[in-house]
Design a protein around this ligand. Structure first.
Ligand SMILES: [Zn+2]
Ligand SMILES: [Zn+2]
Length: 95
């Protein structure tokens, strides 16, 4: 089965794919859609099927994106207010 890379839209063949958040990327395409920073599989946000680093995601989509961000980062069992406010503090203090 051939998947399509969300970043460049081209087919991703088995052997060259890098899977993250349920999507297959080319290894070089797993980067933030906005700042082009290389991302770590499973440790980034996504919006509208495009990958973003957490920094850009917050800048672009703000606190309203927090709930889905929580979900993206794999904290579905935690209360969004708890895990994402911690994340928010982290983002704003490190940048
Ligand atoms: Zn690609
Ligand atoms: Zn970014």
């Amino acid at each position: 089965m051939v998947g399509y890379c969300p970043t460049c839209g081209k087919p991703v063949y088995f052997g060259e794919k890098k899977r993250s958040l349920g999507r297959d990327y080319h290894p070089l395409c797993l980067k933030c859609f906005r700042c082009k920073r290389q991302l770590t599989a499973g440790q980034h946000a996504e919006y509208d099927e495009k990958p973003y680093c957490s920094n850009c995601y917050m800048k672009l989509f703000g606190p309203r994106g927090l709930m889905s961000m929580c979900f993206m980062f794999g904290h579905p069992s935690m209360r969004p207010s708890t895990c994402c406010s911690a994340l928010l503090v982290q983002l704003y203090t490190t940048h």
